[in-house]
Design a protein around this ligand. Structure first.
Ligand code: AGP
Length: 613
């Protein structure tokens, strides 16, 4: 979603804003803009499309100043055009605002302000903010800060804001409610940004803002307060990611780099959560064994790829505990009446920790008295901060829009968590847990094996990439893998792809099969009882002349006779096979996207962090 960067200090703001916006490109956007205070005026430059267009415009019409805000817009209200791009200004052009979020009561506010004589230019919800501030100043607000507070007390919805005033040459204002925003603390300079990667090359210390906070930034300091004016103490924290973590490190794309990082990340997680006192270690974990012993139900909520890992987590938790486990899409869960009591644990899964629906679900469940356990990748994110306990996946910044390393790290987190909970409840025997953990240790090498065979995967992708559609089939642990494989394919290659539980084929989708349809069948095995069922499902596809691409375990002669193409994986315990199989599907989607010439790291219409509903 929209990205924000702001600067106040002694250097020229413009290149710093562009540099920060480039580092936020991964969030997805369709237009961009900056406002910089030059001489006595706020100069605004905007453009549609990639940042390079804005850079070109700034090269032709430079703007220089030591105070500015920048924005990448992911359109919600109003099409992507220059007028709708941020920054937005008041009637006089003396107040400039960048915004991430949605002002839900903007129509009502806009009507009121229009009746007062304010002139609106865009179709956006954001534009009401500068006009509201302008109106509050005209109505007698004694300071810009107080005008902001009064304006924001009237705005409903979510916002992260950066605000400039033409007559405040040394002050940047910001506020947050429901959308992420951080402050970067430098020497004689301060930044605001939507997240840490935007400014990781500029500062080593940050402040994570809380909802309802307003912040005033000057070169020599920051002050925080709440909307009611009460002062808040700033908690300055060190930046924990390295600047190199947001570089491509020689790979052609971030996605390819992140796919290759997976064995290392999983190995790290396994090392950190090794065997200790008869169970897996969960260092610094805020929910202990006594809590899990009393638990009677688990509800997993997440969106997109994280939802797929939640489906996997359910299967694994059911396998090793007696808990009733349900997984739901956060966007659906928040509008259900799921009869949940405080005896239910909510597991919220989110790479970014900022997904609006996941956050809303957490807040709803908290109001019912439930404990929240987050599986999250971003320290300091809202999900992490609002949860009772966090299992950090420690995958490092994920820049490619398509989830890859965060996905396998979430699967691994679920495995370790399931063993911990199973042991805590006395439902998973120590010997069995140890055996499972031993098998889990083989996963990083198995992923290496897949990475080493990427040329074979590329050959298959090249052969099948140009069809209009493809179908992904799997069962049990690999049903979520099928859904994830299809999601990867559609989001980066734009080829329609559908993931399905193979046993459901006969109930409808089998009608799609003809001699042109690639059907990706996940049919790996060690001792899985659904293997035989999967073979029957593949035969049904074969009987209708579907083009079978099988994911199979090395040496499987049965599959070799059925499939047109085979992507081999090493033998892996069935429960953990999704961690390996999905890497094959990530690469399959990657090479299909490459063959189709898409922008792999920044696929059209998508945002990395979905901070609006
Ligand atoms: C997956 O490739 C997508 N980027 C998307 O489905 C993502 O998983 C979803 O938006 C959830 O994001 P989160 O993990 O940051 O909450």
């Amino acid at each position: 979603m929209c990205g924000i960067v702001g600067y106040v200090g002694k250097r020229n703001a413009t290149p710093l804003l562009i540099n920060g916006l480039k580092r936020l490109e991964y969030r997805g956007y369709d237009s961009a803009g900056v406002a910089v205070r030059q001489a006595d005026a706020l100069v605004v430059r905007k453009s549609v499309g990639r940042l390079a267009v804005l850079e070109q415009k700034l090269a032709e019409h430079p703007v220089t100043g030591t105070l500015g805000v920048g924005h990448t817009r992911w359109a919600t209200h109003g099409e992507p055009n220059e007028v709708n791009s941020h920054p937005h200004t008041d009637c006089t052009g003396r107040i400039a605002v960048v915004h991430n979020g949605i002002i839900e009561n903007y129509q009502e506010l806009r009507a009121e302000l229009t009746a007062q004589g304010h002139k609106f230019r865009s179709q956006t919800d954001t534009e009401v903010i500068p006009h509201l501030i302008e109106a509050e100043l005209a109505a007698g607000a004694p300071t810009p800060e107080e005008a902001i507070r009064r304006a924001l007390r009237r705005a409903k919805g979510a916002y992260a804001l950066g605000i400039l005033f033409h007559d405040q040459p040394h002050t940047l204002y910001a506020a947050r409610h429901g959308s992420p925003l951080i402050v970067g603390v430098g020497r004689d300079e301060h930044f605001i940004a939507s997240d840490v990667p935007a400014i990781v090359d500029q500062v080593q210390r940050v402040i994570y803002l809380d909802d309802g906070e307003v912040v005033i930034l000057r070169a020599d300091g920051v002050s925080l307060s709440r909307l009611d004016g009460t002062a808040v103490e700033a908690k300055i924290q060190p930046v924990t990611i390295a600047a190199e973590a947001v570089e491509k490190a020689g790979f052609e794309t971030f996605m390819l780099k992140e796919i290759h990082e997976q064995p290392r990340i999983l190995r790290q997680l396994l090392a950190r959560h090794g065997w200790q006192s008869g169970t897996v270690a969960l260092p610094d974990f805020a929910l202990g064994a006594p809590y899990f012993r009393k638990l009677n139900r688990v509800m997993i909520v997440a969106c997109g790829s994280a939802y797929h890992t939640g489906m996997y987590g359910k299967l694994l938790l059911e396998n090793v505990t007696s808990l009733a486990v349900e997984t739901d899409l956060a966007s659906e869960f928040r509008y259900r009446d799921p009869k949940i009591d405080p005896g239910t644990l909510i597991i919220a899964v989110s790479q970014s920790g900022e997904t609006a629906d996941t956050l809303a679900s957490i807040r709803m469940a908290k109001s019912w008295g439930c404990k929240i356990l987050a599986i999250c990748n971003v320290p300091g994110s809202t999900v992490a901060r609002e949860s009772d306990a966090v299992f950090f996946t420690e995958a490092g910044p994920e820049i490619g829009v398509a989830a890859t390393k965060s996905f396998t790290a979430q699967l691994m987190a679920f495995a370790l968590l399931a063993f911990f909970i199973g042991r805590a409840r006395g439902e998973l025997a120590e010997t069995q847990a140890q055996e499972l953990l031993t098998d889990l240790q083989t996963i990083p090498d198995a992923i290496h094996y897949v990475l080493d065979r990427k040329d074979e995967i590329r050959t298959v992708a090249d052969k099948h990439h140009d069809g209009p559609s493809s179908l992904y089939l799997g069962r049990r642990f690999n049903y979520p893998t099928a859904l994830e494989g299809a999601l990867k394919n559609k989001e980066i290659s734009y080829q329609h792809a559908e993931g399905y539980a193979a046993g459901e084929m006969k109930h409808g989708p089998i009608a799609l099969i003809n001699e042109y349809l690639p059907v990706i069948c996940i049919c790996t095995r060690t001792r899985d009882e659904v293997y035989a069922k999967m073979i029957s499902n593949i035969k049904e596809v074969e009987a209708r002349h579907g083009r079978i691409i099988a994911l199979a375990t090395d040496g499987d002669a049965t599959i070799a006779q059925l499939a047109e193409d085979i992507l081999w994986v090493p033998p892996t315990r069935d429960e953990f096979s999704p961690m390996v199989n999905v890497v094959t599907l990530q690469l399959l989607a990657y090479y299909a996207a490459q063959a189709r010439g898409t922008d792999i790291d920044k696929p059209r219409n998508l945002a990395k962090s979905v901070t609006v509903e």
